[in-house]
Ligand binder design. Structure first.
Ligand code: PRP
Length: 185
């Protein structure tokens, strides 16, 4: 048997319950809707972690908007450098003269978004803002602040609501702290 209840046994604890997530996403949708009145932003989801958050968030945006997606990672980051951006999958359309909202599941060291923001700015976007579900400031290695953030969390290994461990747990409706026994195996 490998049902969702079984997956919850791999968690140390639930950190953010689905009801709290729903309320926070609704609230964020209202804020973004108010801030982008008269605009038609391009909302860029960063695969794969952000897909669940993204699909809930865009349905709370009472605005005309464009969807697009990217898959990126930061690599080669030594202690002193910020590394480089590796683009696994690029946007479908150009963003020159567009207002861009990057949607992420988590800002951890900040390297991915630091490099991505710089990169997208080079493509001539009018504005670039970051909306993240989770913010883990304790791990930050570069100066990077999300413009919109739903939850600030402690330095723990979290899964669920899009976040994974080896591609598993993304379908959990809640966000939980994974038991160390799972990744120490
Ligand atoms: C996660 C997350 C961010 C990045 C944040 O992606 O979605 O893109 O790491 O980390 P950073 O702030 O330290 O750069 P991950 O590489 O785990 O891929 P996934 O979204 O496909 O799970």
């Amino acid at each position: 048997m490998e049902d969702t209840a079984k997956l919850y046994e791999d968690l140390e604890r639930v950190l953010v319950r689905r009801e709290e997530i729903t309320a926070a996403v609704k609230e964020l949708g209202k804020r973004i809707t108010a801030d982008y009145q008269g605009k038609e932003p391009v909302v860029v989801g960063i695969l794969k972690g952000a897909v669940v958050f993204y699909s809930d968030l865009i349905r709370e945006l009472d605005l005309p908007m464009y969807t697009d997606f990217m898959s990126v990672s930061s690599y080669g980051a030594g202690t002193e450098s910020t590394g480089e951006l590796r683009i696994r999958m690029d946007l479908t359309n150009g963003i020159k003269g567009r207002d861009v909202i990057i949607v992420e599941d988590i800002v951890d060291t900040g390297l991915t978004l630091f490099n991505l923001k710089k990169h997208l700015a080079g493509r001539g976007a009018t504005s670039i803002k970051i909306a993240t579900l989770l913010d883990k400031p304790a791990r930050r290695r570069v100066e990077l602040e999300a413009d919109y953030s739903c939850f600030t969390i402690p330095d723990a290994f979290v899964v669920g609501y899009g976040l994974d461990y080896n591609e598993k747990y993304r379908n959990l409706p809640d966000i939980g702290v994974l038991s160390p026994r799972i990744y120490q195996k």
